[in-house]
Design a protein around this ligand. Structure first.
Ligand code: CA
Length: 255
């Protein structure tokens, strides 16, 4: 698990870094907001949690949090601040923080809160679940939908549709990860070659296009379902939820 500690008090930052490393985390430190955002954007793999001070030189911790939320709605953010007013807490939560701990704090409490946040996140986004690779060239799902990955063809209820290379890759990505909540950031990172060159809006646009082609009613999607504030979830068989696309494929019946 990777943690980014954003803290301008060097001694505190180093002490925290040391302690979290002792707990088995991979830690990076940033002494100001701009550095934090750079590290965050370049992180590979992405950070799992951010410990964020509010009073930083230059950009405030609130603004750092808002910027981070624009690109990643699910990474855990724990604010660690000397500010104790309830309006400071409210502002931090409005900016997208998950937790707020006032300084001075007890280290065991901080560590336990971090663990709790990461456990919750894991439950929401089972990012470690293995994708189910598509082994045959054709996969069917839903009612009358067959994808022929070798020929770049998509048969939707009797009509032949063509997809671009990237649309096909995105569709394959979804089919290989049925039922999982996939964040825009994760999708962007996994499907696009140069994710930093695009905004996560790109993902929305591509999903909209897949919906238009595949869903019976694009305004009321059954397969490419939005997960509010996070991203998307692909359901191969909306009625029975967790049915793996690859397992049920009998393409010759449908093509
Ligand atoms: Ca500070």
């Amino acid at each position: 698990m990777r943690i980014l500690i954003v803290e301008d008090e060097e001694a505190l930052a180093k002490g925290l870094g040391f302690n979290f490393e002792q707990e088995g985390f991979l830690v990076e430190l940033a002494g100001d907001g701009t550095t934090a955002l750079e590290l965050f954007a370049e992180a590979e793999p992405p950070f799992d949690l951010i410990i964020l001070d509010l009073m930083l030189p230059g950009m405030s911790g609130y603004d750092v949090c808002r910027e981070i939320r624009k690109i990643d709605p699910i990474v855990s953010v724990l604010v660690l601040s000397a500010r104790t007013l309830s309006e400071d807490r409210a502002t931090a939560f409005d900016a997208g923080a998950d937790q707020y701990l006032s300084k001075p704090f007890a280290l065991p409490e901080l560590i336990s809160r971090v663990r709790n946040l990461l456990d919750r996140r894991k439950a929401m986004v089972p990012a470690t679940a293995e994708p189910k690779p598509i082994t045959s060239g054709k996969v069917s799902f839903g009612e009358g939908i067959t994808v022929d990955f070798d020929r770049f063809e998509l048969h939707v209820r009797g009509s032949l549709q063509t997809l671009t290379m990237l649309e096909m890759q995105l569709l394959r990505y979804f089919i290989e990860r049925p039922d999982r909540v996939l964040s825009r950031n994760q999708i962007m990172h996994d499907v696009w070659d140069e994710p930093s060159a695009f905004s996560t809006r790109t993902v929305d646009n591509f999903v909209m296009r897949l919906r238009k082609i595949i869903e019976t009613d694009a305004a009321n999607p059954q397969h490419f379902v939005s997960v509010r504030g996070v991203g998307y979830r692909f359901l191969a068989s909306p009625d029975e939820e967790a049915v793996a696309a690859g397992d049920s494929s009998e393409p010759e019946n449908l093509a």
